[in-house]
Design a protein around this ligand. Structure first.
Ligand SMILES: *Cc1c(COP(=O)(O)O)cnc(C)c1O
Length: 372
């Protein structure tokens, strides 16, 4: 019985090993550990990839959201609208700058923020919206941008799970006033440690963000403001420079693997498949199915050495850290029901046909045929 790991970063490394090894060695040879050529090269290449003029590397994706909020002057007494299901960073970054995260329920079909509910969450204190392209499926950016324009709000796209996702051929990260990216190792474009980036078309925001991420400096020792240390590491940038040219190929492989799962799992009442909105390009950071009795399904799959995960077992408003807001499941009914059914099955470019077959077969055995 061959184990199917949830992710296999080593399998990807083996496909590009000589180039990674050479990039790491050359970074060490030139001691470009902080800033320097690899970082500048990556910022330029990534800016060309997404088509946003300014890209600023930083230490991780969480910092990128936080620094962008600060660069837009968002802080104390402000409110920021975020989706009820995301990785905690989206809400945490808002609290970190002293503002209040205001949660909005998600769409049942696509798991992204329900745009029909955003206006109800807006108050005179609302300053921004952070849509998340969850699992790799774009949030409805055209609608979000029109709601934001009507209420004069800043939009920061959380693109941590969606490098290369598109709406009608337009890259995510180009819709909002700014975008944040994570290159955490398991993301679609992942470094070999923590890394992140901010992207914006606004030169003033870009300058401010760059200053904040590097101790508020405008040129060496000229600390115009107090900032922090959140720089992109040179070795991580070197790894990302090798990987970026492969991203489109890997994304294509993810999409093809998702299509195989779709084909093998469709027409089974007990398994809800991920849907894609018309004209949207889903990049399948995660392939998330819905099942009843998830704990049992996970256990049964683990017994045949198939690793799965849950993203995320508890929606943000229900986490202990937000207990003070007093949210109940009835406030976020969709998130409340999804959190008990969602199951992420193995998804990466290097998955083999046999692995996809085996995962599908076992999943059908344990979850197929049950009425959802
Ligand atoms: C991973 C992730 C982040 C944070 O990125 P880190 O690099 O881990 O700090 C933010 N938002 C979402 C939706 C993520 O998945």
């Amino acid at each position: 019985m061959q184990k199917v790991p949830f992710v296999d970063l080593y399998a990807q490394y083996l496909t590009i090993k000589p180039h990674i090894d050479e990039a790491i060695e050359s970074t060490i040879r030139s001691s470009s550990y902080i800033g320097g050529k690899p970082v500048a090269a990556f910022e330029k290449a990534f800016s060309e990839f997404i088509g946003v003029p300014h890209v600023i590397g930083c230490a991780n994706g969480t910092d990128s959201i936080e620094i962008l909020l600060q660069a837009f002057g968002i802080g104390k007494d402000d409110e920021v609208v975020v989706p009820a299901i995301s990785w905690i960073s989206t809400a945490e970054a808002v609290s970190s700058v002293g503002a209040k995260p205001v949660f909005v329920d998600i769409e049942d079909e696509y798991y992204t923020i329900d745009v029909s509910l955003i206006e109800k969450a807006i108050t005179p204190r609302t300053k921004a919206i952070i849509p998340v392209h969850l699992y790799g499926h774009p949030a409805d950016m055209p609608t979000i941008m029109s709601v934001a324009a009507k209420h004069n709000l800043i939009v920061i796209e959380d693109c941590a799970q969606a490098h290369g996702a598109q709406i009608e051929g337009k890259m995510i990260g180009t819709f909002g006033h700014a975008a944040s990216f994570s290159f955490y190792p398991g993301k679609n474009l992942g470094a070999y440690g923590d890394a992140g980036a901010m992207a914006t078309a606004d030169p003033a925001v870009a300058e401010k963000a760059r200053m904040i991420a590097n101790h508020g400096q405008k040129g060496k020792h000229n600390h115009v403001i107090e900032g922090r240390n959140s720089r992109l590491d040179g070795l991580q940038a070197a790894v990302l420079n090798v990987k970026l040219p492969h991203l489109e190929g890997w994304t294509g492989a993810r999409i093809a693997n998702a299509a195989k799962y779709d084909r093998l799992l469709e027409k089974n009442e007990g398994i809800g498949l991920p849907l894609v909105k018309k004209g949207y390009r889903h990049v399948y950071h995660l392939y998330v199915v819905r099942v009843e009795h998830r704990t049992e399904v996970q256990k049964a799959l683990a017994a045949v050495e198939i690793e799965t995960a849950v993203h995320y077992p508890m929606a943000l408003p229900f986490l202990p850290c937000y207990g003070g807001y007093g949210y109940e499941t009835s406030h976020f009914p969709v998130a409340a029901s999804c959190q008990n059914q969602i199951l992420s099955i193995p998804m990466y470019a290097e998955l083999t046909e046999e692995q996809i077959d085996r995962v599908s077969k076992e999943l059908l055995k344990v979850a197929g045929g049950i009425e959802l």
